[in-house]
Design a protein around this ligand. Structure first.
Ligand code: HEM
Length: 157
């Protein structure tokens, strides 16, 4: 029962993590493309909120439930599988942290704006936001693959 509850929580938080990431990225991009300041203002505000409410708890819960599952299943920690999972998870996290900061700065930039033209800095930060989002997204796709296939689990160091 403990195993099933943990696995349920693990998969649920993976869904929140990935789903919120892809959903907020889509709406941010749509808001940016619209060039409508009011849309950008509200979207950046809600994206920052969604990251606090959904992504942050999922980011914390994911490794806790994952490692707990490993202990229950007696998965060794010195495997290629674990090395890749942790490496990719850290890479995604390292990309995600500046992304959160960028989203906050984008919101601060537009919240009191009077003109209809986005500042140069906004376009520059959006480029960084995309550049960091892509490796984070790919890393999580590979982690999903590793979770489902367990490839590398039999290769021990
Ligand atoms: C952070 C370190 C992580 C560890 C240590 C970990 C560990 C595990 C373990 C031990 C299982 C159970 C496998 C089983 O019941 O046979 C599992 C399943 C799963 N994990 Fe993770 N996980 C981690 C991160 C993630 C991430 C980031 C995602 C996706 C965003 C994810 C998605 C899944 C999914 C979908 C399953 C179910 C796979 C299946 O039943 O075939 N995990 N994970």
């Amino acid at each position: 029962m403990e195993y099933l509850i943990l696995k349920y929580l693990h998969i649920l938080s993976a869904t929140f993590l990935f789903g919120t990431g892809i959903g907020t990225a889509f709406f941010m991009l749509m808001a940016y493309i619209s060039k409508n300041i009011e849309t950008i203002k509200y979207t950046t505000k809600h994206v920052v909120l969604a990251d606090w409410v959904f992504t942050t708890p999922a980011v914390i819960l994911q490794p806790i439930t994952g490692i707990w599952l490993m202990l229950i299943l007696h998965y060794p920690f010195n495997t290629l599988w674990f090395f890749l999972v942790i490496g990719l998870y850290l890479l995604a996290g390292l990309c995600w942290l500046p992304v959160v900061l960028i989203q906050y700065r984008l919101h601060k930039m537009v919240v009191n704006m009077q003109t209809e033209n986005l500042p140069k800095q906004f376009h520059l930060l959006i480029r960084w936001w995309i550049a960091l989002g892509i490796p984070a997204f790919i890393s999580l796709l590979v982690v999903y693959w590793l979770m489902v296939t367990k490839q590398g689990l039999s290769i021990q160091f």
